[in-house]
Design a protein around this ligand. Structure first.
Ligand code: BGC
Length: 751
């Protein structure tokens, strides 16, 4: 009897965490335990990037467990191009590779939410099966300027495309019962001095452009977590910003998840907790002590701490670690490689085609450019995935039955063996290098001339890799280097003299200048960094086995100086320190506002980002407009219909837009319909047009038609004016177009 009573008393005294007893658990936690839950375990290496010994090897961080109350530790690991964990572990031959999917920008180039969702599903399965709880992805900052070093992880210059693609990604990953962390919230648009830079932006530009993308993802997909960014916003650090993390994120948008700091982000722990930044990662003793002291000396209310702990526990009970999920450490990498390939197939953008493509596999192909033989699957930094292999173009073309011109093939194969070794020596064991050493572009002139006689066509690849912690160098990364232009010129001269065509493949993480050299090419395929299956996808696009259907998620301007943010973005030169995230670090939380574009950045272009600027202020003067992309077939659009739903006095009012798309060409293909809206623009300053919805057709056989449906919530047409959303009355033009410069089909409607 006594034992029964004792056991009952004990079980009352120490309940364990369940989904339905979180308030009780919070009431039982000591201040020290609460601090331990909120402040992460720390890491064994600088910045915690990929070197954490807690949880899964090579994950980014974890929370502390509180065993007495049945609270497990949960594990966070990076994305966004796949799960980032260590591929090998001491004491075992078993490997832990993860699928290297296409970079974020390429996923957005598909304009296909279904395919992005399937990528998310596959990625989330690897998260689950490798024992991770939350994937630190997707990255969804706006492409404000082409030199941002992390643009490859991000989706687009447009908030609707970015938000919709992110929502699909989050839904896919989370369908596995694991979490995501959409990042970096918000206005983290440059890498230079990223920990200390103050983004100075109008509330209108913030709400309509930079926050809108996150808003769409939050409302549509409820990510389990969201990562606050390193930078300041109008003088307040993002992770210490209560307006951002509570008023906007939770009160306005209804976010129900957890906010986690970026790794080592922010200074004032008490301010972070008060702002609603629940988890401090990667954590340190100093942060843990600071939290406890702040409560003890009254600077931080226990109520704020409890709100964060409650949300942290609500996250924990959803995680596989809490469910005790028995992960296999053996996800189906072969099946996921197919998903990777399918997504890359749809994200390739055919920018130019003067009768050069499709071509092959018949006939001999001359394959030039060092990148053809060392394809770039993704970018560097925390977004770099340890993938099992990368299919380069040499292999991709051979697998697809292309015959390669032997002189060049032999030369490059031998040359690249040495170059690979040289690059490896320089990069050493540091898998996190920002400026990864690349092979030098060399090929003897005679080989090009001989190849022009032997081969039917030339394919030249230009490559760029860059990543976290540094922005791109204008001259070395954005512009083509002299050796590259020389290679293109010599190839073009030799092949054109024989009446043969030259195709350029851009294997890049972001846009490069094109205006000065694109006349040398007959066709240009923008294949981004397509993940581990890249060479196969590019081979299919070249031969026409897959008809390209990607569209640009950003504008390609003619010159860097034309960019709306060019005058307010750091110009990077080689003499800057290697990793200058910390470029202007000052003591503690002190902030200095002296150096323009480093201490602070003025978002002077305001809402006029990308095509909103080029279409309104600089009419049409671009190399390739936002949304652009060619196909091997042609499509006719007809029957544009707009229907108002709801009574128009209710909140849920929408415009339902439909359109018929017919394949009028000779090959099967997919088309993308981009729906722009031009507001009256009388009482409110508005861009010439803004993307409000889009749709991708299924594969249409020649002669086949389909009807695409798109929905535009009327509230998405409003502008932020004097502290509130306001919808201008009048005539709105609905434009179904092929890109931001295309006239398209139009209809007007009164609102
Ligand atoms: C990056 C984040 C990343 C984190 C953890 C930070 O340096 O900015 O994107 O998730 O490290 O690795």
């Amino acid at each position: 009897m006594l034992t029964i009573i004792l056991a009952a008393a004990l079980s009352v005294a120490t309940p364990v965490l369940r989904e339905d007893n979180i308030p009780q658990i919070v009431s039982l936690l000591t201040l020290e335990e609460k601090a331990a839950i909120l402040v992460g375990c720390g890491s064994t290496a600088f910045d915690g990037i990929g070197r954490n010994d807690v949880g899964v090897k090579g994950s980014a961080g974890a929370t502390h467990a509180i065993p007495r109350l049945g609270i497990p530790s949960i594990v966070f690991a990076d994305g966004p191009a796949g799960l980032r964990i260590d591929p090998v572990r001491p004491g075992t031959d078993k490997t832990y590779y993860c699928t290297g999917f296409p970079i974020g920008t390429m996923l957005a180039s598909t304009w296909n939410t279904a395919i992005v969702r399937s990528v998310g599903e596959a990625m989330g399965n690897e998260v689950l099966e490798y024992g991770v709880d939350v994937l630190l992805a997707p990255g969804m900052n706006i492409h404000r300027n082409p030199l941002c070093g992390r643009n490859f992880e991000y989706f687009s210059e447009d908030p609707v495309l970015c938000g919709e693609i992110a929502a699909a990604y989050v839904q896919g990953v989370q369908s596995n019962g694991v979490g995501t962390s959409v990042k970096h919230f918000a206005l983290n648009n440059q890498e230079l001095n990223r920990l200390h830079n103050d983004a100075r932006v109008s509330e209108r530009a913030a709400r309509e452009i930079y926050l809108r993308a996150f808003e769409i993802a939050v409302r549509k997909a409820q990510p389990w977590t969201l990562m606050s960014s390193y930078n300041y916003i109008n003088g307040v650090h993002a992770s210490e910003n209560r307006w951002l993390l509570t008023d906007v994120l939770r009160d306005d948008w209804g976010f129900r998840g957890v906010v986690v700091t970026d790794w080592g982000g922010g200074y004032d722990t008490a301010a972070q907790i008060h702002a609603g930044n629940d988890l401090i990662q990667s954590g340190s003793d100093a942060r843990y002590n600071a939290l406890i002291e702040a409560v003890k000396d009254g600077r931080l209310a226990m109520e704020d701490v409890d709100a964060c702990v409650t949300r942290a526990l609500e996250l924990i009970v959803k995680c596989p670690a809490f469910r005790g999920y028995k992960f296999s450490e053996a996800p189906d990498l072969e099946a996921h490689a197919k998903v990777c390939r399918a997504a890359a197939d749809e994200g390739i953008v055919l920018l130019k085609n003067r009768g050069a493509l499709p071509a092959g596999p018949d006939g001999v192909t001359a394959l030039l450019g060092v990148t053809s033989y060392a394809f770039i699957a993704g970018g560097t930094g925390s977004g770099d995935v340890h993938r099992p292999y990368v299919v380069d173009l040499q292999q991709g073309l051979s697998d697809a039955g292309f015959k390669l011109e032997s002189g060049l093939d032999e030369f490059y194969t031998a040359y690249m063996q040495d170059e690979r070794w040289r690059c490896k020596m320089i990069d050493g064991n540091n898998s996190w290098v920002i400026d990864r050493e690349r092979p030098i572009e060399v090929v003897p002139d005679e080989l090009i001339k001989q190849a022009a006689l032997n081969a039917e066509r030339a394919v030249v690849t230009i490559g760029r890799v860059f990543g976290e912690g540094k922005d791109r160098d204008l001259y070395y990364s954005y512009m083509l280097q002299e050796r590259e232009v020389e290679l293109l010129r010599k190839t073009s001269d030799a092949f054109h003299a024989q009446g043969k065509k030259v195709t350029v493949i851009l294997n890049v993480g972001g846009v490069v200048e094109m205006e000065s050299w694109q006349d040398l090419a007959d066709a240009i395929l923008l294949c981004w960094q397509p993940g581990e299956e890249g060479g196969h996808s590019v081979a299919s696009a070249l031969s026409g086995e897959v008809n390209p259907s990607g569209r640009l998620p950003m504008t390609i301007s003619r010159r860097y100086e034309d960019e709306p943010s060019a005058a307010n973005f750091p110009r990077v030169f080689e003499d800057k320190p290697f990793n200058y995230s910390f470029y202007r670090r000052l003591e503690g939380n002190k902030k200095d506002y002296v150096v323009k574009d480093i201490d602070y950045t003025d978002y002077a272009e305001d809402i006029y980002v990308g095509y909103r600027y080029f279409g309104t202020k600089a009419r049409g003067a671009v190399a390739y407009p936002f949304g652009y992309g060619l196909s091997y077939t042609s499509f006719r659009w007809s029957d544009l219909k707009i229907e108002k739903t709801g009574s128009f006095s209710e909140d849920s009012k929408c415009l339902k837009v439909s359109l018929t798309v017919t394949n009028t060409g000779k090959r099967a293909g997919k088309d993308v319909v981009e729906l722009y809206v031009k507001a009256p623009g009388r009482s409110i300053d508005k861009p010439e047009r803004e993307l409000k919805a889009f749709a991708k057709t299924p594969l249409l056989e020649p002669g086949q038609s389909c009807t695409v449906q798109m929905t535009v919530p009327v509230e998405s047409l409003a502008s932020w004016e004097n502290g509130a959303w306001s919808l201008e009355k009048g005539r709105y033009r609905i434009i179904a177009a092929r890109n931001a410069s295309d006239k398209g089909l139009r209809k007007a409607i009164r609102l």
